[in-house]
Design a binder for this molecule. Structure first.
Ligand code: GDD
Ligand code: MG
Length: 354
């Protein structure tokens, strides 16, 4: 059995105004009818998977329980982080929690804000990684890169040949978020895959990796788990101990330093919906490259996304080219489609104003 570890603490500022601090992108139906969090939970349920362990913060705890209940999934446990400390302490807390009952348990650490349209192919890739994970490997999932992205981790393969069937391959190293020049070189070499941000390992293996590469995290996170307060079905990690844990991602704390890494290449479609351009791509643009939501109309437009998130608000675009428009009841974004990554600047600018 595999225990899904669902991480949903991020805030997704590049998808403003739909994604808000109080209601971030993983909890909104961005592509299709279910939310990304619900789709991630569903993808990792059923045969072979036990109830998920969810890591989130206090603000999102009821959204998590409501969204899981509405798709009939019972969480195994929900751990509440007193403050966001990034993914390393969160994954460590999950491992220490599971270690109480089963050190051999396999954990599948999954972000809650990705789109993976072919859930069955994804489950097969996970299955292919299971023997390696049982053997002490930390299994990553690799995506064939399409450009020199600097927002992702890179996995250096020790072979140039990709297998037809999902099979774990050896990895030379893991490079988290390279600078632009390094990313260009890695992309051009054809020897690298993108890290999908999804990991499979046993509790025992990841605890040994933390011990080897980030030992200072263990004591505070162990205390935060042990001194955690049960509260209405959640476990609130102890705030004083949690505050002592460094703010660092699992990629920097462990993966970049580890040697027991494998990768299962995954070619069936993956997007981390990092901005409106990705949402536009994943929503199936028409022949002219246009995507409209309900209550949005495009007349003679090209390569544009028009969304109304308010049933009482009509959005109409005429003759637009390369434009993203997202209208909410209280805010409207109008942006050059090539500047989708700059939307986080809007959030920063508004924060400064308030
Ligand atoms: N519970 C919890 N607590 N979840 C968190 C926290 C936290 O403090 N911080 C982030 N998360 C969640 C996010 O909501 C997301 O689902 C996941 O953990 C990954 O965090 P991101 O902040 O989105 O990471 P990233 O996108 O910059 O980088 C990671 O993902 C890339 C692929 O999308 C890395 O693993 C990269 O190597 C990878 O390429
Ligand atoms: Mg991300």
């Amino acid at each position: 059995m595999i225990t899904p570890i669902l991480l949903c603490g991020g805030s997704g500022t590049r998808l403003w105004p739909l994604s808000r601090k109080s209601y971030p992108k993983q909890f909104v139906p961005l592509v299709g009818d279910t939310t990304l969090f619900q789709a991630s939970s569903q993808r990792l349920s059923g045969e072979g998977y036990s109830a998920p362990l969810v890591l989130t913060n206090s603000d999102f705890r009821f959204i998590v329980t409501e969204q899981l209940a509405s798709i009939g999934i019972d969480p195994g446990a929900i751990l509440i982080e007193p403050t966001g400390r990034n993914t390393a302490p969160a994954v460590l807390a999950a491992a220490l929690w599971l270690n109480k009952s089963d050190p051999e348990a396999l954990m599948l650490v999954a972000p809650s804000d990705h789109v993976v349209p072919d859930a069955e192919a994804f489950r097969q890739a996970v299955e292919a990684g299971v023997p390696a994970a049982q053997n002490g490997q930390m299994v990553t999932f690799g995506i064939t890169p399409s450009h020199a992205e600097t927002g992702y981790g890179y996995l250096e393969l020790d072979t140039a040949e990709l297998p037809d069937q999902p099979t774990p391959l050896g990895l030379k190293r893991f490079v988290e978020k390279p600078d632009a020049e390094t990313a260009e070189k890695m992309f051009a070499s054809g020897q690298y895959l993108w890290n999908a941000g999804i990991f499979l390992f046993s509790v025992k293996t990841i605890l040994a990796a933390f011990q080897a590469h980030a030992p200072d995290l263990i004591a505070p996170v162990q205390t935060a788990v042990d001194a955690g307060q049960p509260d209405l079905g959640f476990l609130r990690l102890d705030p004083a101990a949690w505050d002592q844990a460094a703010d660092i991602s699992i990629d920097y704390a462990v993966m970049e330093r580890a040697e027991n890494l494998s990768v299962v290449p995954f070619g069936a479609g993956w997007s981390d919906l990092g901005g409106w351009d990705a949402v536009w791509r994943e929503s199936g643009p028409d022949a002219r490259g246009v995507v409209t939501s309900d209550n949005a109309t495009a007349i003679d437009c090209d390569n544009s996304l028009l969304r109304s998130e308010d049933a009482g608000l009509e959005v109409v675009g005429i003759g637009l080219k390369d434009i993203i428009t997202v209208a909410m009841p209280d805010a409207v974004l109008v942006a050059d489609a090539n500047r989708a990554q700059d939307v986080k600047k809007a959030v920063a600018a508004l924060k400064e104003k308030s």
